[in-house]
Design a protein around this ligand. Sequence first.
Ligand code: SAM
Length: 369
Amino acid sequence: MEVTEGAVTVDVSEQSGEAIEDAVFFNPEQELNRDLTVAALRAYREREPRAETYLDAMAASGIRGVRAANDGWTATLVDRDPDAVALAEANLARNDCEGDVRHDDANAVLWDPQRAFDVVDLDPFGTPAPFLDAAFANTRDLVCVTATDTAPLCGAHLKSGIRKYQTVPRNTEYHAEVGVRVLLSAMARSAARFDVGITPVLTHATRHYVRTYVDLTHAASAANDAVDALGHVHHCPECLWRTHEYGLRADRPDACPNCDGTNLLTAGPLWLEATREDAFLERVRGQLSDDMATKETADGLLTDLREELDTPTHYDQHKLYGRWGEPAVGMDEFLGALRDAGHAASRTHYGGTTFKTDADVAEIRDVAP
Ligand code: SAM
């Protein structure tokens, strides 16, 4: 099967029928993720012109690495599946692109200091956790990660989340937000082992995956700053009140100050600070090109991210009104009421009726139409 994405055309395996188990993986639904990857790589190189080498550490058909190579990156494509390696080689050749394709384990390549890369991209099946330490051991500039294990990340599979990310996720109505902040917390702690600090420049939770791009600073002080960005969220499942506190120690209140409920949940350590840099988002927007089929969606997503407040949790307007036993109102009217009362308020890129505000749940109740 032939697929054209951006400026390249590649062969991919049929993803249906009896041969599916042996097929090299390809997911057409990740086109937005890949278009944004190409734009983010262009944006990054515009900012750091010396960045040259890109590792597609889980290449499958090679579509991501081929697109990077076609854009002028010195690309290395790795997969442990020999069929994937053959397909990735053929796809590079088919697009007249240079690139090094290796049949190897991603961790073996990443741990080798002789082969350090400027940019490393992890796109495994499910969790990226087994690759994080290796990714931060030697990478110079930027680490890009896709995680598709949303159930462990957001706390729906609590024990799995604890095992994989060495943090406590909690299943709340802001589950995608918990997933983003659990992943970034694990990444900050992995990077800190190597005296590397992370700065997330672009992060989105779309459909069933989280994607993040973190800029690296090789200094113990930067690693300390990243660890200082971690902390805990305390959440009341009765009235949806929540608060957050910085630090690796969690001091959970005995009872919810809003409803006196005593079943408070604590999640963390989570990444509590910004998950993107606005200037970088604008650079990425400027690098979306007309040959990208998802250009309009990607542009809309970047706008949503830009407008979103940095607060580490969001509310779901319908859940709140449900708790209050009242019918919900339109989002514009609702956000307008919060802003008129002097609170910061925004929609979120998670969509639907989710919003962020600096008002607490009692203040929201007071001003809600
Ligand atoms: N990046 C691809 C894309 O955009 O279409 C999709 C990658 S697919 C989700 C995951 C790939 O990682 C599979 O081809 C699998 O063989 C490979 N893989 C899984 N574990 C690996 C490992 N430890 N080392 C190298 N490759 C691995």
